[in-house]
Design a protein around this ligand. Sequence first.
Ligand code: ADP
Ligand code: MG
Ligand code: MG
Length: 883
Amino acid sequence: TKWAYSFSEGEAEGSAAMAELLGGKGAGLAEMARLGLPVPPGFTLTTKVCDWFYANDGALPPDLGTQLEAALAQIGRVAGHSFDDPEWPLLVSVRSGARVSMPGMMDTVLNLGLNDKTVGALARKCGDERFALDCYRRFIEMYSSVVLGVEHHEFEEALDAYKEPRGVALDAELGAADWRAVVALYQQIVAERAATDFPQDPRAQLMGAIKAVFSSWMNPRAVKYRELHNIPGDWGTAVNVQAMVFGNMDDESATGVAFTRNPSTGVRELYGEFLANAQGEDVVAGLRNPQPLTETARLAAKCSGLSLEAAMPGVFARLCDYARRLEAHYRDMQDIEFTVERGALWMLQTRSGKRTAPAALKIAVDMADEGLISRADALNRIDPASLDQLLHPTIDPEAKRAILTSGLPASPGAAFGEIVFDTREAVQLAGEGRKIILVRMETSPEDIAGMHAAEGILTARGGMTSHAAVVARGMGKPCVTGAAGLRVDYEEQCFTVLGKRFVRGDRITIDGSTGHVIAGAVKMQRPELTGEFAVLMGWADATRRLKIRANAETPADARLARKFGAEGIGLARTEHMFFEGERILAVREMILADDAEGRRAALAKLLPMQREDFKDLFEIMAGQPVTIRLLDPPLHEFLPHNDAEISSVAAAMGADPAKLRKRAQELSEFNPMLGFRGVRLAVTFPEIVAMQARAIFEAAIMAAMETGKPAHIEIMVPLVFTRAELDFVKNCVEATARAVEEETGVKPGYQIGAMIELPRAALRAGDICGTAEFLSFGTNDLTQTALGISRDDAGAFLGPYTARGILPADPFVTIDQEGVGELVALGCARARKARTDVALGVCGEHGGDPASIAFFDRIGVDYVSCSPFRVPIARLAAAQAAL
Ligand code: ADP
Ligand code: MG
Ligand code: MG
């Protein structure tokens, strides 16, 4: 077996394609070497050696020794010296390198090869004894802590103890003699703590370091990191051994990091920092402040020192050239490590750079425009979910934040405002133009108005699919749920967290993208929907087959939906309109009326309000389809809950409160989700259908007169399980249409369809399509009814299901393809067979989930409908599905 792969400027046995075998760092070093970039010579021991190491109780393959010697000899040939060179000893770094970058892994050991003899040779070669001794004491410290298990602080304390009596504050004040003394002290510490002398033989040092890298694969930090990032434990790590170059040799030397484009904005510029006269780890250690690379960046940051561009113009020019070549080669933004030794530039690492969501977008679009990648590549490079960050105000990443506690990042974006604990007060204060954060133990349907009025929502309880989370995402409101240690006291109108007390009116910021709860205000950034965002969305629209609609019922949501590119409204939930203001009173009158006449009187009050709502929607959507779902609340959501509410309804109706209370009790249900809702309401109270149909038709006529565009009406009947229900409702709608035609002389045009959210309806889709002209799969309810799981109660047990791998994902977030998805696919196929021109849609949370969208695209759904804020995500996900 080949265990070691050599590389040096101009040639390499490995390549970028071998990341699995060589790890990310090794593959990058090999590729740079192949490209002819100046890479210090070295070799990579493969991940296979790591496998062998673990399969054989921490031993190394017997034939590794000869390969190691050959690889070391190869370094020697290129570098011109070796470990045993009495005049110029070879020093190497030993670097770990998994397939993906893993911060939990072993620290790199630099300057390996130094010992009591070679340190003198190095000093003579460089003409600098202090430098050589400083390297040596760094090496002892690093090696002993990573390989011999002596703790860092032992050395730090010894150094402090040495400096103190001598009145020395800074390391820089120590001379060669001091460092020689410190080296002796360090060796004594090793002898005591590690019960062995510090190894003097470079080969023994090397073997120790190699084994330590392999062992670090299983250290608790690394194991935990893999667990958090879903990295398989059997991947193993590679080890890179590489000739040292010295950024700390003199003032013509330096070390630094460069990104080929700005990782926070995406701007095409060399971005990064460097330290003159320093070794790699000094940049990270933060003892000295690194300087910007470019003059522009230095001026912008008002730095007093020199930029690399000004300090070493030749090196800077070469670095720019290499950056360009690497980027062109990898076709992606690179994150580069480099070191300058006496004016010579050396490349030490390259990898795809991490970047913010706005930077990712700009880089993808720019690279496509530059011809570096195709538009399809650009579309595929953006994680649709990350677009969320671009649509909501977010916290300035540079801003300091005083974090009080963390909860779940339930709905992205940041919000700032005064805390309020009560929905009514939230509505009232927001009406006065104040910014509100609604804080609740948890939310319920009655809080919807308050959530709407608030800038953001914070709850002490609840998960990612709790009422607060789902509704907030639907509204595009930032929301943090299940905030740890948050104790809400409604009586006192305050909450406490970690002993701090916040009363009504105190100001906080919540970050729904991270789950942070922050005291006071933090600097925020506004979303930008032009520029690259618009360009990428244009490419997505030209690519996708699926159409994207929005779930919206308020004019504000409808406008937002259009702004985000929705091609119609796929779900307008009329009951949301019923909750607003005094309407709830009229709705309660209607429900509690004992006869059809009483109901008609109440409905007559609602008619003009509904008409107004629909007219707004039709006008805003200007001829695009608007799917209006007939009333579908569980009845109990409308019932009065307390005496005060009962008496106000009673007063409005001129009825006896006691009688009313009795009626309300009669109507209360054991299981409202499976109770009196959806089409069942319409079958029992056809007057409601008649009122809603009339409001729709009259609004459409008015809107058409105003905009000159006929409204595109789709009337959707919820929760049907049989065609006969739909026929019943259709008759009622038709009768209303005829009446409106007689009154106005205008014949209303509309389509009628069914919402498929019960398994029986999916099975009977073909039959239902005898009447329905379109079907929309309500996958939220379909998931509840197919799995027999109530979404509102799932929080308690769904967590373990996904954690233990019983379910691959939360079925309310990503559609359960095998079960619920099968019902949708089957329904679609049966519907198409029965009616070739039937329009098939999906509405509900899944309509905005990229993985679910890919599935819906595959099974031939015509459109998905999601909350306005998810429309851009859906547009991109649909494009990716089509690629
Ligand atoms: P990490 O994965 O933590 O970045 P690296 O292996 O890249 O660890 O090394 C850490 C630091 O040591 C980097 O700044 C790197 O530039 C420096 N370094 C590594 N090898 C060498 C070398 N052969 N010569 C000089 N500096 C080196
Ligand atoms: Mg590195
Ligand atoms: Mg439903």
